[in-house]
Design a protein around this ligand. Structure first.
Ligand code: PLP
Ligand code: KYN
Length: 429
């Protein structure tokens, strides 16, 4: 009888939590794929966010302006295209803790990191090393290697990876700081993923940025898994530059535009080289077709081409939704729902001893909206079972599934149902 009471209480809890959740209503703002005619439980908003229903309207608006105004749309559309990107400055700067002039949107993530490295990685014979994290997202690794080759160096002489300690899944802050000090005057650049894509570990960006600066290096951040997920204070942390994609937590659509941050202190530095184009030229005189580049003071000065408005439209829809809610509310729910998911996983783990372990840090200040689960044994077949039963996770070699309970559109009840499906899947395997 007491066992039945416990089971009932466990069943009641998610319903109660959902009824108290101010963000619960936002689930209806998103389109969920279906499996077996049922809405999926979607855990991969850290890879590709769901489509917000309001997005279509933003795209249709551009399509209609294009149809009705054609070239005149650049200046006479209700949201003119020539300075469309400026609509992002206020809402997006709030999301990442920046001044509006420190933000712009353009290109895609790896492209922007390359462009920012043109400005902020300028090796000399004495100062040429780059510190990054071990097993950074592969695109970042290829970027580092190709940048190093471009400057005529060898990756093995330049790239210093911060390693995990033997038997540990996450990188210790003290090891990052020690390495920065060790590399010292040879350090040109620190560039790390603010949230690790594999483990979900959140780095202490303020402390690491300070430590890099102390050695005279520039410090930049790849915020692919951080934007729209964690509280960022890029300006106050004195970060030199950062970039992020918008298709994960920001729900802007596959392969969509990237956001860029360049700290105010660099805006008028004429010594910084950059690859220029007319969209970075003085706004008032952009159409005078002048021969000499005069960059906009601000991150906008790093723009190159006129912007793909059809790709910015869904990003704008999303940024406006985030602005409506604010990061503080999202973070409150993020922490609660992630802890609830952790509780469910731990309960199941006790029952099915040794099947899996969570490798994401347990300390809430070192994680955000992701729990990475290392599966022991027949991991791949469990992953397939989950997918077949309407739980969308992703599989990362060699044996990890990542679960991101995105606060905008997942519910406590989803977590509960997921737990049931997972348990059945493990028992049946
Ligand atoms: C940490 C990180 N860096 C870079 C990328 C690559 O982004 P993109 O393909 O938009 O350049 C991703 C994801 O795709 C990522 O997670
Ligand atoms: N853009 C993609 C296209 C195809 C497959 C995956 C991606 C990802 O974005 C992966 C992402 N970086 C991740 O951490 O899941």
């Amino acid at each position: 009888c007491s066992k039945t009471k416990v089971i009932l209480a466990l069943r009641e809890l998610p319903l109660q939590l959902d009824s108290q959740d101010h963000l619960h209503k936002y689930q209806d703002e998103f389109i969920f794929p279906k499996v077996n005619d049922k809405k999926v439980i979607y855990f991969t908003g850290n890879s590709l966010g769901l489509q917000p229903k309001r997005t279509k309207k933003y795209i249709d608006e551009v399509m209609d302006d294009w149809a009705n105004l054609a070239v005149e749309g650049h200046f006479y559309a209700e949201k003119p295209w020539w300075d469309y990107q400026e609509r992002f400055a206020n809402p997006l700067s709030k999301l990442v803790g920046a001044l509006p002039t420190e933000i712009t949107v353009m290109n895609t993530l790896t492209v922007n990191l390359h462009l920012l490295m043109v400005s902020f990685y300028r090796p000399t014979s004495k100062r040429y090393k780059i510190i990054c994290e071990e097993k950074a997202f592969p695109s970042d690794q290829y970027m580092f290697q190709s940048q190093v080759h471009f400057h005529g160096y060898k990756p093995e002489d330049v790239i210093v990876e911060i390693k995990r300690r033997e038997g540990e899944h996450n990188i210790r802050l003290e090891d990052v700081l020690t390495k920065i000090e060790e590399v010292g005057e040879e350090l040109a650049l620190v560039l790390i993923g603010g949230v690790n894509y594999y483990t979900g570990q959140v780095f202490d960006m303020k402390t690491i940025t300070e430590a890099g600066h102390k050695q005279g290096a520039y410090v930049g951040w790849d915020l692919a898994h951080a934007a729209g997920n964690i509280k960022l204070e890029l300006h106050d942390w004195n970060v030199d530059f950062a970039a992020w994609c918008s298709y994960k937590y920001m729900n802007s659509g596959p392969g969509n535009a990237s956001g860029c941050f360049v700290h105010e202190k660099h805006h008028t530095n004429k010594e910084l080289p950059r690859f220029a184009g007319w969209w970075g030229h003085n706004k008032e005189r952009r159409f005078k077709m002048e021969p000499v580049f005069d960059p906009v003071h601000g991150a906008g000065g790093w723009q190159i081409s006129n912007l793909p408005i059809l790709s910015l439209a869904p990003y704008l829809a999303s940024v406006e939704m985030f602005d409506e809610i604010g990061m503080d509310q999202l973070i409150l729910k993020r922490d609660k729902i992630t802890s609830y998911l952790e509780f469910i996983l731990n309960e199941i783990s006790k029952e099915v001893q040794g099947s899996f372990e969570i490798i994401t840090p347990t300390n809430p200040s070192e994680r955000a909206c992701q729990l990475s689960v290392l599966l022991h044994g027949e991991g791949r077949s469990l992953f397939d079972y989950l997918m077949k039963n309407g739980v969308i996770t992703d599989w990362r070699e060699p044996n990890v599934i990542r679960l991101a309970p995105v606060p905008l559109y997942t519910s406590y009840e989803d977590m509960f149902h997921f737990g049931q499906i997972l348990k059945t899947g493990i028992v049946e395997k």
